[in-house]
Ligand binder design. Sequence first.
Ligand SMILES: Cc1cc2nc3c(=O)[nH]c(=O)nc-3n(C[C@H](O)[C@H](O)[C@H](O)COP(=O)(O)O)c2cc1C
Ligand code: SF4
Length: 622
Amino acid sequence: MNDDVRAELAAIVARHGDDATRLVQMLRDVQDALHWIPPLAIDELAERLGLPRARIEGVAGFYAFLHTDAPCRYRVLFSDNITDRMQGNQELMAYLCERLWVEPGRVSEDGLVCVDTTSCTGLCDQGPGLLVNGWAIPRASRAVLDRIADLIVAGQPVAQWPADLFVIDDNIRRSDMLLGHDLMPGDALRAALTRGAGVDAEAPANERSWREANVHAAPGPLATLEEIKRSNLRGRGGAGFTTGLKWEACRNAPATPRYVVCNADEGEPGTFKDRVLLTRQADLVFEGMTVCAYVIGARHGLLYLRGEYRHLLRPLQAVLARRRAANLLGTGILGVKGFDFDIDLHLGAGAYVCGEESALIESLEGKRGIPRNRPPYPVTHGYLQKPTTVNNVETFCAAALIARHGGDWYRAVGTAKSAGTKLLSVSGDCARPGIYEYPFGVTVRQVLADCGAEDTLAVQISGPSGVCIAGDEFDRRIAFEDLATAGAFMVFDRSRDLFEVARNFAHFFAHESCGFCTPCRVGTSMLKATMDKIAAGQGTQYDLAEIEQLDRVLHQSAHCGLGHTACNPTLDTLKRFRPTFERRLKSLDFVPAFDLDGALAAARRMTGRDDAGAHLSAELER
Ligand SMILES: Cc1cc2nc3c(=O)[nH]c(=O)nc-3n(C[C@H](O)[C@H](O)[C@H](O)COP(=O)(O)O)c2cc1C
Ligand code: SF4
């Protein structure tokens, strides 16, 4: 048995070129082959890669989709976003557990199956979603679960399950300049290559010497960069940094090689537009990455695909192969000597924090996805400490369009401060969930009308780390200057309990905190505990004040954006819908969460005192 395992591991390591930066990919393969990551595999990988055992163990223990606890042939994970809950995931999970005779979260004694929850799987428009050994299944129902249970009991490998279980719809409801474009593969690149006639050599000395030695120094890249800058394109992944400035900083960074990284981690609950772009517009994504490579002078690109989208891996590989065959990737792209660029795909393993660009880079390097200290920023010290441009999937699509049509064409759409269009992932209480592309500046009210939402109480914009808005704000606009968003648009009608929405988000952050820094690790757990306490009818005004205090601490001292935003949804909801919290409070007075006088009982027993002087006065406790 051990020899078989060793042979399997040798093959896996060889397949990844003995390259330790591929560690997460290797561990994923081990998990697939052996149904877990046994201690023997950790020993073997450590030896073969020449890494400390603790490093392999640390990485394997970090990612939710890697398991070191016990072998299990079928891991069924129910997506547990609030929209899945609204679609009945809890009742369905209980049903499957009953059918399979298993306890939630525990591997069955025969090692056959485990049924558990996971964070949002990006199927909110067709939920409830679930994953079986990482393969996504939308629209879970009792009928679907009956089929799944039968397949599991029969021991049918997931690769042989009926294909109709895995059909994921794109649900594109509104297209604009991006989803409706008419570019053919290579059009944007050809435009970039021919652009720039007339751009002269008035460049700084380091730029000039680089030009002499490098195709990327020809006028085309600089002229394309100017168009990206002129377009006013801003990143679509959440932070909204100006894309042209990012590319320019990376291009100007003196070190080489440089890298292009596409962030397709899309872990924000309620967001699924990158899933659809990678399904329908993969050529445009890769074209945008290649344009970026041309501009910044990179030869190597990486696309970090979230583990939940493993079903997209093969189709994306096929698109890459087609592009190589068409000379749109590889050596001498489109016949231009020296224009060499190719793209690798990297599959994540279930960690929301890996969407943060520096954590993503750590993960790409085969490490735990812990965010780095910034500065320095990835544009100078990114992948392997080299200059790296990280952009979101949608940003690269927009960049390809700009390379073809120019910056003025792009900025003519949208608002003065928010150029172009934005893809929204619309889910929740509406008749037509799916993808909506709008010019920036569209009102929330308009989106609600288009998606068939009625009697709407609130909309959560940009997921849990975004903002919750109420009815009197529906004339606000989707734009960087008003409601900035990475794309999630979750609708809640009046039948919904917004306290439970906020509680679900608090659980999400506690689950996804990477644990690296104490304020976030402890703070998100405290927030979760406080929300659970309120839900159990044990909360007081003191707890509400505690949440505000927690928010201040997290904003001041958390290491990354996850911690900074963890209290946002709770506080937003508290601010706008306070009665939904207060209704649950045991007392509207300030009763402390910690019973100080009770805690002194042991001391009273030991000293044999129980007189009034041995008790804290009620006044003091307050
Ligand atoms: C906790 C956390 C999660 C994030 N997740 C994503 C993500 O899934 N996709 C994404 O593009 N950006 C995500 N970001 C933002 C990235 O750090 C980064 O700003 C972005 O990839 C840059 O690309 P852009 O300029 O094209 O937006 C996340 C940030 C944080 C703090
Ligand atoms: S803020 Fe949270 S997610 Fe970010 S590094 Fe600290 S513990 Fe990790």
